[in-house]
Design a protein around this ligand. Structure first.
Ligand code: ADP
Ligand code: MG
Length: 321
């Protein structure tokens, strides 16, 4: 007899309960959890659709990893400590090899971030994975989008555009193995900046994670905060690998690629007086951070080159519709 939905849940998605704040996990109508006293819950949900958010031939392990990582990246951008996950899985068929690869990676990733899977839903249809993540924030240490102020400095973590390059190289003649493997790793295994976000929230009140692309996501901060910003394009941090790729393919930087999203780095805004603290934190956490510009009251997002000339950057952020 072929496996039922309940066999699948029992076999692959009923982890032992490892967190004390989980009173009842997978198996009943609802999970029961006990939020810590004095904390606010931060809740986020993201869906990855096959062929839209990941190429159809992505490995089940990479899909499971990324499904968790993108939700944890949202928690990181709020300054939240991840705690609980739910998983809604829509599968075209029951393929036990695929399910094992998916479930092993899901449980490994969840445990790496001390997260507990507490429930979900399993349905039949075109492959789609929805992960909801809940975390805790201190009410006075929350990073929102609507709190940027003129003269604040804008920073980003890591480097931008690598995942977009990875996606491009999946379908393009390869340029070199090391550029390809680096950028595809960045596409499939983004590292949510959870620890960094938590530490940053001690003095930063404004952050977003870069999922749609820097211009789109910084734009969200500016709209929510009723501000503008000047950004120096030459300051935008690029990996050695992407610079090599641009050198090999004509020399000039393709800003459309850099701004296509899927970076899962943080873009954050802090008053200038915290500059030293930001760099100290970066050093402590071994996460590179770069100041790319500053907030103003112009209401516009403007890009400049080193000489101070304004550069027009196409609005290339990822849009779902
Ligand atoms: P209900 O019909 O009450 O919604 P379900 O049959 O959908 O219950 O699910 C049974 C139990 O299994 C519930 O506790 C649910 O949270 C859990 N569950 C279902 N699918 C998954 C999944 N993919 N991952 C984790 N838990 C799941
Ligand atoms: Mg259900």
């Amino acid at each position: 007899m072929s496996a039922t939905e309940f066999d699948i849940i029992r076999k692959y998605f009923s982890p032992d309960i490892v967190r004390e704040d989980v009173k009842l996990g997978v198996g009943d109508d609802c999970a029961l959890v006990e939020p810590p006293v004095g904390k606010t819950l931060a809740i986020t949900v993201d869906t990855l659709v096959s062929g839209v958010h990941f190429p159809t031939n992505t490995s089940p392990g990479d899909i499971a990893y990324k499904a968790i990582a993108v939700s944890l990246s949202d928690l990181a951008a709020m300054g939240a400590q991840p705690a609980w996950l739910t998983l809604a899985l829509t599968l075209p068929e029951i393929d036990e090899t695929w399910l094992k690869g998916f479930a092993d990676s899901f449980s490994e990733t969840a445990s790496d971030y001390n997260c507990q899977l507490i429930g979900g839903d399993t349905t039949k249809g075109p492959l789609a994975i929805t992960v909801q993540a809940t975390g805790f924030v201190k009410p006075d240490q929350i990073m929102r989008r609507d709190t940027a102020q003129p003269d604040d400095k804008i920073y980003v973590t890591g480097t931008l555009g690598d995942a977009a390059l990875g996606l491009r190289l999946l379908t393009q003649q390869d340029v070199s193995d090391s550029i390809e493997s680096y950028s595809i790793q960045r596409l499939n295994r983004p590292e949510p900046r959870v620890e960094f976000g938590l530490a940053l929230a001690k003095y930063c009140r404004c952050a977003i994670d870069i999922s749609d692309g820097l211009n789109a996501d910084l734009g969200h901060i500016l709209t929510a905060s009723s501000c503008g910003a000047d950004v120096e394009l030459d300051n935008i941090p690029l990996s050695e690998q992407i610079c090599q790729y641009f050198n090999l393919s004509g020399g000039s930087v393709d800003w459309g690629l850099i701004f296509s999203g899927d970076d899962y780095e943080l873009c954050f805004v802090v008053p200038e007086k915290y500059e030293a603290a930001v760099y100290e934190l970066a050093e402590n956490k071994q996460i590179p951070v770069t100041c790319i510009g500053s907030i103003n009251d112009s209401g516009l997002l403007q890009w400049f080159d080193k000489s101070g000339a304004e550069i027009s950057v196409e609005n290339t952020g990822y849009k779902h519709f």
